[in-house]
Design a binder for this molecule. Structure first.
Ligand code: GUN
Ligand code: ZN
Length: 438
């Protein structure tokens, strides 16, 4: 087939390395104002100041005066919970019982699961998120629907059947044997197919028996290419409950460690109520913590100590955790992350935040050769943003001085309304002017 050549012009911003805490000037940042990003057959081929030659078949798309970033990576988000985003008045355990579990029950219906998956992925793309690690529901059909919808859109998607065999409504419960069968079948059909990968997904310790957690750990041990996702130490009542359910465990995290669930492809959301021994265990295992600031604030869960985790050598990525989180917008979540740090007397630079939402997430997933930056050979998951939308942001953008100040103001004042285009592997998958593509 003929070579497809696409060139995007704009202010290109990405990272070549990890941005260090507190550094306003960093060599990790690569800012190329008014440059062209060259994309051949869906892959980044390079960047340059001059326009490539249209006679050589380049499709030139001029976004000069706009910001071009790698697509955001949301490392923890729940597909079925779009239906309960912004639900009033509850902490985690009440919120699960009152809003979340009833919403997840509806995903037993294949039509609901299919429509929900499509709506969810299109919503991610309309927020500038081009890759995600996702919780569906306990129902096999909800996993199938997500994988199929992601494949249609060419998106990097990591997901897997939620495991729950106790402490949830009967309609959401599986058992060890049927869950294992469903996992093995889904793994054989979807894991490693294109940009799709499987994550062993015990929801959290309270909803799995020790036998089910052991089964999940055995799946991970049998295939080191599998991901694992769960929740840990999010809420104080939850932590107390886990201590009652697992009286011999040293800590909440220890429940997962004993089950063999901590490894370099493991993602554990929240991690607010951990101690130093937990952080050392995470660092030792290579597992990553996923900071979900809008969720932590919205559900009143607590304030994540990012520097403590960073200093212990734990990988951190950032996520929306919708519907506990109140927005799919990574900028909204970065602003909340900044505020959480500010309350503890620390400051998160725009570089630390944007790195975590792009290249940092890709590195932590072991997928930095594929996405998260504009390195040659990566798949072109790219978003085009307005620097400012509306009179307040525009006025601010006119007086900012220096690059960090400008990007920081953008991070704080922008949201999905600033998004013009999302490309996945070089294909337009969202366009503000034309709605969804697919
Ligand atoms: N812990 C267990 N399940 C959930 C969930 O769906 N959302 C959040 N935020 N925490 C959880
Ligand atoms: Zn979650």
């Amino acid at each position: 087939s003929p070579t497809s050549r696409l060139a995007l012009r704009g202010d290109l911003l990405d990272f070549v390395a990890q941005a260090e805490w507190g550094e306003l000037e960093t060599s990790a940042l690569r800012f190329q104002p008014d440059h062209w990003l060259l994309i051949e057959n869906g892959r980044v081929q390079g960047t340059q100041a001059q326009a490539p030659d249209a006679a050589e078949g380049w499709d030139l798309q001029d976004f000069s005066g706009r910001l071009i970033l790698p697509g955001f990576i949301d490392s923890h988000v729940h597909c079925p919970q779009l239906d309960v985003i912004a639900s009033y008045g509850a902490e985690l355990l009440d919120w699960l019982n009152t809003y979340t579990f009833p919403a997840e029950c509806r995903y037993a219906d294949p039509a609901v699961a299919q429509q929900g998956a499509q709506r969810f992925l299109d919503a991610l793309l309309a927020h500038g998120t081009t890759a995600a690690v996702v919780f569906p529901t306990v129902h096999k059909v909800s996993v199938e629907a997500l994988f199929a919808a992601a494949e249609q859109r060419g998106m990097r998607l990591i997901t897997g059947k939620v495991l729950m065999d106790r402490n949830a409504p009967p309609a959401l419960l599986d058992d060890v044997q049927s869950a294992e069968r469903d996992c093995l079948d889904l793994i054989s059909r979807w894991h490693g197919r294109g940009r799709l990968a499987y994550a062993v997904t015990p929801r959290f310790a309270p909803t799995s028996t020790p036998a089910q957690l052991a089964m999940a750990g055995a799946l991970c041990r049998a295939d080191a290419s599998l991901f694992m996702q769960t929740h840990v130490a999010e809420n104080r009542d939850e932590v107390r409950w886990v201590a009652e359910l697992f009286p011999t465990a040293r800590s909440y995290l220890d429940v997962y460690e004993r089950a063999g669930l901590l490894h370099p492809r493991a993602l554990l959301a929240h991690g607010i109520w951990l101690d130093e021994a937990d952080r050392r265990a995470l660092a030792r295992s290579g597992a990553q913590l996923v900071f979900c600031p809008s969720s932590n604030l919205f559900l009143g869960s607590g304030l994540f100590d990012w520097p403590a985790a960073h200093q212990a050598g734990v990988n951190i990525s950032l996520a929306s955790d919708v519907g506990g989180g109140s927005s799919l917008s990574m900028q909204r979540n970065l602003l909340d992350a900044y505020k959480v740090q500010a309350l503890a007397g620390r400051r998160m630079t725009a570089w630390s935040g944007l790195y975590a939402a792009t290249r940092g997430a890709a590195e932590a997933l072991g997928l930095a050769q594929e996405m998260g930056h504009f390195g040659v050979g990566t798949l072109a998951d790219v978003c085009v943003w307005d620097w400012a939308q509306g009179p307040v942001a525009r006025a601010r953008d006119e007086v900012v001085r220096g690059l960090h100040e400008r990007v920081f103001a953008w991070m704080c004042l922008s949201d999905e309304r600033n998004l013009l285009r999302s490309y996945v592997s070089g294909k337009i998958r969202y366009s503000r002017d034309e709605g969804m593509k697919g």
